[in-house]
Ligand binder design. Structure first.
Ligand SMILES: Cc1cc2nc3c(=O)[nH]c(=O)nc-3n(C[C@H](O)[C@H](O)[C@H](O)COP(=O)(O)OP(=O)(O)OC[C@H]3O[C@@H](n4cnc5c(N)ncnc54)[C@H](O)[C@@H]3O)c2cc1C
Length: 471
């Protein structure tokens, strides 16, 4: 009997379990441990008084045929095609998103628009030679003026560090060959190139939110014999020089820790935490602490009527703390309680563990969200009924300007353990989407049986479209 342990029941962990079930090897014993009491990881859907909320709206989009098939096979007709509306709020004005020429020109004013174009020309003639940091990378492509107007405040809100300390990898991964010239041309001509247009106008979304897919997947793998343990956290690993032999699992409710023998481990837990559990040499123990994640908080509110038409609004405005606002009724009408007249709205606040925002009480956060929603003008305070707060740890791997070196060293160290397979967003320390996590889960599962480890999860690229179209 081969004992396989999967850490985490997010998209990657469940995908790995699904793929292992497909091998039809009766000599497999598969156990999946999840800290939380609900599957789906960051892609879960919460329920409150019959209303549903995502942890930030999750669009379903993929260029990978295998994942497209996978989505369709589990969701079928429940994968709704939605016409989309989203805007950017900045300097007390709403910008169409993606930008449209007249709207941007009206909001920015003629003079400022000219300044943006001139600043771009200037930067084309005087490009930064070294563009390892976010600010320089963006300025080279969009000019300094646009960088300061549109990119700086929002990016610093999301990451909590200066754009001069953020690696350009994040921008390069998500934006690729886009620049001001293409953005302006696109805004004027509504350019119809590639499949970007499709996701600009419409997107796919499960009837009851993304959590629906993962709850289905949980049922599927359990039926196939996978033991899914909720409220169980992996707290330790026992290893020899090149193998992990045991996994220490804590039953959170009972407080009991069990040592479980393992032949193979598939891990989606945060990469930095996993490396620490492997007891690396002292120097790496210190270095790996610099690989950090950004957390976020969603303040979820129930509002009278349907207060605004967008699915989501990006809040670039530095005067308010909220980063993004979601209206889940507009994502899918089934996110609303049957017969219910209220609208579920999610306000996203980016923060780090232990900082002021993270430590703010739920009641104070709800007051803040109500006040900011009203200040932005998307709802009246008296129309906001009630709400709850949800804290999300390890949501965004932070690409510090020097993260890459530490990541490489840690990857090399982890690769010494021949029966340890990493996948997923936190598992690979990669800013990604669900499709990437699912595919890496498939690859990790296939690697368990591969003698030459040819399914290299690190080589799988993320989609670039989501941010590209934002611009
Ligand atoms: C705000 C926001 C919006 C997003 N929007 C989109 C979108 O529109 N479309 C899209 O495709 N993607 C989107 N994503 C990305 C998507 O959420 C992730 O790609 C996906 O959830 C990653 O799946 P995962 O399984 O790799 O990791 P996770 O979802 O992080 O799951 C990891 C799981 O492991 C568990 N775990 C961690 N440590 C342990 C431990 N020690 N023991 C046991 N269990 C453990 C966690 O509790 C968690 O359930 C968005 C992400 C965010 C933050």
């Amino acid at each position: 009997m081969k004992r396989i342990i999967i850490i985490g029941a997010g998209p990657a962990g469940l995908a790995a379990a699904y793929e292992l079930c497909r091998t039809k090897d009766s000599k497999l014993s598969i156990s999946l441990f999840e800290t939380d009491d609900q599957v789906g990881g960051i892609s879960k859907t919460l329920q409150y008084k019959g209303y549903r909320f995502d942890l930030g709206g999750h669009r379903f989009y993929t260029k990978i045929q295998e994942i497209d098939q996978f989505y369709k096979s589990f969701l079928g007709k429940n994968l709704l095609k939605r016409k989309r509306l989203s805007r950017i709020y900045y300097e007390k004005k709403f910008y169409d998103y993606p930008l449209t020429f007249m709207n941007a020109l009206t909001n920015l004013g003629f003079l400022r628009s000219v300044e943006i174009v001139l600043s771009w020309f200037y930067r084309q003639l005087n490009r930064y030679k070294m563009e390892k940091t976010f600010d320089k990378w963006i300025s080279n492509r969009f000019g300094d003026k646009l960088f300061h107007l549109f990119f700086k405040s929002y990016t610093e809100k999301v990451w909590g560090i200066s754009t001069s300390k953020l690696s350009s990898d994040w921008a390069a991964q998500r934006i690729q060959n886009f620049n001001l010239f293409r953005a302006v041309l696109g805004a004027i001509l509504s350019l119809d190139t590639s499949d970007v247009k499709t996701i600009i106008r419409t997107f796919f979304y499960p009837k009851y939110g993304p959590g629906m897919l993962y709850e289905e997947l949980q049922r599927y793998v359990e039926k196939k014999g996978v033991n899914v343990y909720m409220n169980h956290k992996v707290t330790g690993l026992k290893r020899t020089k090149n193998k992990v032999t045991h996994v220490l699992v804590k039953d959170i409710k009972k407080g009991i820790v069990t040592h479980i023998k393992a032949d193979a481990i598939i891990s989606t837990m945060p990469f930095n935490e996993l490396i620490s559990l492997l007891h690396p040499p002292e120097k790496l123990t210190t270095q790996v602490k610099s690989l950090r994640f950004r957390n976020f908080i969603t303040v979820n509110l129930l509002l009278k009527k349907n207060p605004f038409p967008d699915q989501w609004v990006y809040v670039h405005e530095p005067d308010v703390k909220v980063g993004r606002i979601q209206n889940f009724r507009n994502w899918s009408p089934y996110m609303v309680k049957k017969g219910g007249g209220l609208t579920p709205v999610g306000m996203e606040y980016f923060c780090s563990e232990g900082d002021k925002m993270w430590k703010t009480t739920d009641a104070a956060l709800i007051s803040l969200a109500k006040e900011e929603l009203a200040r932005i003008g998307l709802a009246k305070e008296e129309d906001i009924r009630e709400g709850f707060v949800y804290r999300v740890k390890n949501a965004y791997p932070i690409y510090n300007f020097d993260y890459d070196g530490t990541l490489k060293l840690s990857k090399k160290y982890a690769s010494n353990f021949k029966n340890l397979f990493l996948c997923g967003r936190g598992g690979l320390f990669r800013y990604n989407n669900q499709d990437h996590s699912i595919l890496t889960g498939f690859f990790a599962a296939r690697s368990v049986f591969s003698t030459d480890r040819k399914h290299d999860v690190w080589s799988i690229n993320e989609n670039s479209e989501f941010l590209e179209e934002k611009l």
